[in-house]
Design a binder for this molecule. Structure first.
Ligand SMILES: *Cc1c(COP(=O)(O)O)cnc(C)c1O
Length: 461
């Protein structure tokens, strides 16, 4: 086909297919969509002049433009079924919220609330007050601040307490969390001076003690949540760091990362350090995420000493980093569940998924494989295999949770192509490829039926 043989925009808009679409769509929107579809064809042709593709008819371009607008104007975020085996998958939005948190979020969105109003005095209130009592209950800390995420929490702490002064961190903890978030860069951006101590694998309390001076603002410990240094290792204990910071009269701040509020070993997941542990042992401030193991909405929580929290609240950056009422409402409901629920695995989906037993997963996988075996085109074959799932979001990277998966094999396609077929379904189904085979891991899949791909357009097979 040649560029010239593509139909014109007017020709496409004149087709009966376009007329039908125009009954529901404003003309400028459909016109843009037609241009976009024609552009895509043109680019494909330029990339490969000899492309052995037939010229689309004006009607076909109109239909494709209709599909393009449906995708572009869909009010929902593109839904994805998480069959990767990674429960708290950052790219897929981390923790699914509890039904109770959803109810609070919707009410906060629909109604007005005392977001920043003190109902007793009628004066101005603080939004963080709505979760401060719950966080105090759960962590033992005096006060709390809530910001957009844990990265923002660290930024606010450093900017409030350490500008133009030194922050002491072990070389074994100069972490990159992902994307552009590297601890040394965050410190620099917040105007602090990084003082590295020790070595990658071994840092002792004397290493910290040696660099302390009038310029030292605080000691920072970052939980190495997404990696492990193994073998010949040593690190200063929390108690040693607390004592050293006290003697020097500076705060000890701990970035816990994943923010498990309770001992998750009761639910089959490994034990992570909790904010309550850190506060009990004397940490002055502790930061953690709201949407990792805590199972709430995206947020960054800072708990600790009231005077330090007051410094954070007074920092003008706090205004820029604060959370909105929807987040606050969902967070409050989630924290409230921790105080009242008698069965967290039943009430909090993130913990429920981690707590799924091998027997449950086996049962789900058998049902899923039966369903897929019955319903997929005959080129596919499926069976149930053992699989290893992960917590995700950097929590316990070296620990896997035993799981089950449905292995999907196609007579002619390789695993990549099978993955693309499932990813192209609506909603998209995201599995993973392990040792050359495409797997649908059941660990984080809400319902077995979700694994059946619905493909709008005829798939090439
Ligand atoms: C995940 C993590 C962060 C970043 O938290 P976000 O909520 O994703 O911003 C920071 N520090 C540690 C140790 C983490 O594990």
């Amino acid at each position: 086909m040649s560029l010239r043989s593509l139909p014109s925009v007017d020709a496409v808009l004149g087709t009966p297919e376009a007329a039908a679409l125009l009954e529901h769509l404003p003309r400028p929107i459909l016109t843009d969509a037609v241009r976009a579809v024609l552009d895509r064809h043109r680019q494909r042709l330029r990339a490969d002049e000899s492309a052995d593709v037939s010229t689309p008819s004006a009607g076909e371009v109109a239909t494709a433009a209709g599909q393009w607008t449906r995708t572009r104007l869909d009010p929902n975020l593109p839904r994805v079924i998480n069959a990767t085996g990674v429960v708290l998958h950052t790219n897929l939005g981390r923790a699914p919220l509890a039904p109770r948190a959803l109810a609070s979020l919707i009410e906060a969105a629909r109604e007005t609330s005392a977001l920043e109003l003190d109902l007793e005095t009628g004066g101005r209130g603080r939004r963080d007050a709505h979760v401060e009592g719950l966080l105090a209950q759960l962590s033992g800390a005096e006060a709390a601040v809530v910001v957009n995420n844990n990265a923002a929490a660290l930024l606010l702490v450093i900017d409030s307490l350490a500008t133009r002064r030194e922050v002491v961190v072990s070389r074994g903890e100069l972490i990159e969390i992902g994307g552009a978030f590297r601890l040394p860069d965050v410190l620099r951006r917040a105007g602090a001076v990084l003082r590295e101590v020790g070595t990658t694998n071994r840092t002792r309390i004397e290493d910290y003690a040696r660099v302390l001076s009038r310029r030292t603002a605080l000691l920072l410990r970052a939980h190495p949540s997404n990696f492990r240094i193994e073998g010949f290792t040593e690190e200063a204990s929390r108690t040693e760091l607390v004592q050293l910071a006290r003697a020097q009269g500076i705060p000890f701040v701990e970035d816990l990362g994943s923010g498990a509020l309770v001992d998750l070993s009761a639910y089959g997941a490994p034990r992570e350090p909790t904010p309550a542990d850190a506060i009990r042992e004397g940490a002055d401030l502790v930061t953690f995420s709201g949407d990792k193991l805590l199972g709430g909405p995206q947020s960054g929580l800072i708990v600790g000493r009231a005077d330090l929290v007051e410094d954070l609240q007074r920092n003008p950056l706090k205004r820029a980093l604060r959370v909105d009422k929807l987040t606050l409402a969902a967070l409050r409901a989630t924290l409230s569940l921790y105080c009242t629920s008698t069965d967290l695995a039943a009430d909090l989906p993130a913990i429920g998924l981690l707590a799924r037993t091998e027997e449950t997963l086996e049962d789900l996988a058998v049902r899923a494989s039966r369903l897929l075996g019955d319903q997929l085109p005959t080129d596919f074959t499926v069976d149930v295999v053992r699989s290893e799932s992960q917590i995700g979001s950097g929590a316990q990277p070296t620990i896997t949770l035993p799981s089950r998966a449905v292995r999907v094999v196609h007579g002619r396609w390789d695993a990549e192509r099978v993955a693309a077929y499932f990813r192209g379904a609506s909603p998209a189904i995201l599995g993973r490829i392990t040792r050359g085979a495409f797997l649908l891991d059941l660990r984080a899949v809400p319902r077995v039926e979700d694994l059946l791909p619905h493909n709008d357009e005829a798939n090439p097979s």
